[in-house]
Design a protein around this ligand. Structure first.
Ligand code: 0X9
Ligand code: CA
Ligand code: ZN
Length: 515
């Protein structure tokens, strides 16, 4: 999955004048063709950059083959530059049978989202409440549903998780997973003890359609539309060749960092908007997010079968990279998706996207899921895509009270907290490992006031079998070394052997009295 746009050259301005011709109002899928592009150098930096400069909508790139949405003019340009261009059918990306159909078939229209969320609230009022979190450019309410016990109250003890769909208009499947999640949670409540517990103990926020105007436009007029409906040139009518802001480039963390991860040009598919948070859809999410502490967020997109995470704006890992990656690996057990960030080359760079802002501004562990293998898969695939992604969504809810619980946990404790010289001490150390067999470092020491650590155990590399719980103390009795009176503590940590990243830490304070 790969799609990028940077528009900087004059050549593109030339052919833009055609798209902007009077007929462009009627721009429809017929004007773009899906092609596969081959050629020895197709991924060479120069050619690739030139394609971006031509505003060629590259939607996929892997080992010397590109898939792109192109106009006739762009297609000839590719051929003229010595590339082989194979015509593909647009139905590889969009199931045509639901396009232009009233109700969009099994896909949700904006009205259906609105209606269903309110029905859920009506039938499950004790655990579901609908919120209007703001209005789109065209004035549609952006709906959120909160699912939790006591949904009218913010229960601070309950970890909050956010699920969002349809930042991008044409990615219809991205609405279906969050809608299914909402239905699944309320319908399982009171029947499935696991879900009952999750709903009671967490605050689940679902915004199934962040960009309702765009989705409506994609469902009725222009199926491959991506952006929102901003009238960029303020001429009073919407023109898809120059209007619209990419809602996934308008967030305020490192917004507009460079012109590759987003575009300053209004006509680009990745136009970032006039300023950070210029778009009401992004303002609505900002307002929701700034008033809560989301532990996790998932922004659903399509397509590519990927799970992505920050940073997007540069090729670098976040300080939480290990945690991000290990949680993604757990989720991949359920959906089989590839995971990583821009540095891993799993995805191109993006600036102003939801993940970077959620993480950079709020510390939320934010993932982007690229669902399925098409923007609008055949209706028959909706159920399976939901089922593949149900467990990953629930897994995040499950660990949201403490994401580090995925790691082996260490706990150290003693029989008393007050000792006299010559006493012996009963010390317990227990280790639990909820996951697969893992290699860790285990260190235990005593912290002494104004002195160096008093080492008890230094094991840089031990293997803990899967699911193990060492509940019996590793030492039962320990004779106090000769120490001056004062305050001490046991300190135990489990670390990742490669990075020394602390996976779990435990402290036990105790005191040694004067003789
Ligand atoms: O480009 C995007 O906004 C997303 N892909 S899509 O094809 N659905 O448009 C990817 C966003 C990636 N985010 C990060 N790299 N953080
Ligand atoms: Ca306009
Ligand atoms: Zn998208």
């Amino acid at each position: 999955m790969k799609r990028t746009h940077v528009l900087v050259c004059l050549a593109s301005l030339v052919w833009l004048s055609f798209i902007a011709s009077p007929q462009s109002k009627e721009l429809s899928n017929r004007d773009h063709q899906l092609v596969r592009v081959y050629g020895a150098d197709v991924e060479s930096t120069l050619l690739y950059k030139q394609m971006l400069m031509m505003d060629i909508d590259i939607i996929y790139s892997e080992s010397g083959v590109l898939k792109a949405l192109v106009t006739k003019e762009q297609k000839s340009w590719l051929t003229e530059n010595g590339l082989q261009v194979e015509q593909l059918d647009l139905t590889e990306l969009f199931d045509p049978s639901v396009f232009g159909v009233a109700g969009a078939g099994l896909y949700h229209t904006y009205n259906e989202v609105e209606l269903e969320l309110h029905q859920i609230e009506l039938t499950h009022g004790s655990i579901a409440k609908v919120f209007d979190i703001g209005n789109s450019i065209e004035g549609r309410e952006i709906w959120a549903i909160k699912i939790s016990d006591n949904p009218s109250i913010e229960e601070n003890g309950e970890a909050a998780v956010l699920y969002m769909g349809a930042h991008h208009a044409r990615e219809w499947i991205s609405v279906e997973v969050p809608m299914n999640l909402a239905h699944y949670l309320v319908n399982s409540y009171g029947h499935d003890p696991r879900i009952t517990n999750l709903v009671d103990e967490r605050e689940v926020w679902i915004v199934p359609m962040v960009n309702p105007d765009g989705v409506e436009y994609s469902q009725q007029v222009y199926q491959m539309w991506r952006k929102n409906k901003r009238d960029n040139n303020r001429n009073g009518h919407f023109d898809p060749s120059v209007d619209g802001v990419d809602n996934n480039r308008n967030y305020g963390y490192m917004w507009g960092y460079d012109n590759e991860g987003s575009s300053p040009y209004t006509w680009s598919e990745m136009y970032r908007g006039a300023y950070a948070f210029s778009e009401p859809e992004n303002q609505a999410i900002r307002n929701l997010v700034l008033h809560r502490d989301f532990v996790f967020a998932v922004s659903y997109h399509s397509y590519g079968q990927l799970m992505l995470y920050p940073w997007g704006y540069i090729d670098a890992d976040t300080p939480d990279h290990k945690l991000y990656t290990d949680i993604a690996a757990e989720m991949a057990r359920f959906n089989g998706y590839t995971f990583g960030n821009a540095k891993d080359d799993v995805i191109y760079n993006t600036n102003g996207d939801a993940d970077d802002w959620l993480y950079g501004e709020r510390g939320t562990l934010a993932y982007t899921f690229e669902l399925g293998t098409m923007f609008v898969p055949p209706e028959s695939q909706i159920e399976q895509i939901w089922l593949n992604n149900r467990e990953p969504a629930l897994y995040l809810l499950e660990i949201a009270d403490d994401p580090c619980q995925i790691y082996p946990a260490i706990n150290i404790y003693a029989d008393k907290s007050d000792y006299s010289p010559g006493d012996s001490m009963e010390v317990g150390l227990n280790l639990t490992n909820p996951q697969d067999e893992v290699e860790v470092g285990v260190y235990v020491w005593v912290d002494r006031p104004n002195q160096s650590k008093y080492w008890i155990l230094q094991e840089p590399q031990i293997t803990i079998p899967a699911g193990v719980e060492y509940s019996n103390p590793i030492w039962r009795t320990f004779s106090l070394p000769l120490l001056p009176a004062g305050n001490y503590s046991w300190h135990a940590v489990v670390v990742d052997p490669a990075t020394e990243y602390i996976l779990s830490e435990s402290l036990y304070h105790w005191k040694l009295s004067e003789p």
